[in-house]
Write a protein of this length. Structure first.
Ligand code: ZN
Length: 235
């Protein structure tokens, strides 16, 4: 008989492929898992709807995980749209800046998310934060780097005077391996759920379902997801 693993986690859950895989990863490992989403005036409100559908489908299709999956929290961070000026929060074309970063970069976004998540974790008695940050496929976002995560883990643990771990299961794997990880965790049922329900597209396109899921197929997020799926499917 399987024993219940220790630890209680809060997963930063946006309803995309990466955070859904992270949620499955956490549900396999921890006795209690809660989720948090941030509403920050994203270009497309679809994310906030999709994440609820994905949670509902996870509960319906994975009875073993249902008992561990606890409350979902939504934090209104509309202020992020006011203080930043990027293609994620305004309706402008996605391009690359002189710095090499795409204009979808919201400076410090993950730092803010982790800080708010830590506050919720403290209140809820959760000791692990799980996020889909990744250095391998990342678009050059400095707040996705492993060193940034390690520094945040120290800062938050010190500032809360309570040990808080940040787990990033996707940090060193690419998108093909992310598909493979989802398959390992939840088999065909989980990869189907990711294809049918999650949302990654920066352009908010959800009119056609491709073999790799919904999306425009052109934006940086779709390109990564599509290429990763094709590479994984070739194996
Ligand atoms: Zn897209």
């Amino acid at each position: 008989m399987q024993t219940t693993p220790p630890g209680r986690a809060l997963v930063l859950f946006s309803g995309g492929q990466d955070s859904t895989t992270c949620l499955a990863w956490a549900l396999e490992r921890f006795s209690r898992v809660e989720t948090v989403g941030f509403n920050y005036g994203q270009r497309h409100a679809i994310e906030m709807t999709v994440r609820l559908e994905t949670l509902r489908e996870l509960r319906a299709r994975f009875p073993n995980w249902r008992a561990r999956l606890g409350d979902d929290h939504v934090v209104n961070l509309a202020v992020l749209g006011q203080i930043s000026d990027t293609a994620l929060t305004r309706d402008v074309a996605i391009t690359y800046e002189k710095s090499g970063l795409p204009n979808t970069f919201v400076p410090g976004r993950n730092l803010l998310f982790l800080t708010f998540a830590a506050t919720i974790a403290y209140r809820r008695g959760l000791d692990v934060l799980v996020g889909g940050m990744c250095e391998t496929d990342f678009s050059g976002y400095p707040d996705c780097r492993d060193a940034t995560m390690k520094a945040m883990q120290s800062a938050l643990s010190l500032g809360l005077d309570r040990e808080l771990n940040i787990e990033t299961p996707l940090m060193w794997i690419d998108k093909a391996d992310t598909w493979a990880l989802a398959h390992l965790l939840g088999g065909e049922a989980l990869t189907r759920l990711i294809i049918e329900h999650t949302h990654t597209c920066y352009n908010g396109v959800r009119d056609t379902v491709h073999v790799w899921g919904y999306g425009c197929g052109e934006c940086p997020a779709c390109s990564l997801r599509k290429a990763g799926f094709e590479k994984w499917a070739m194996r």
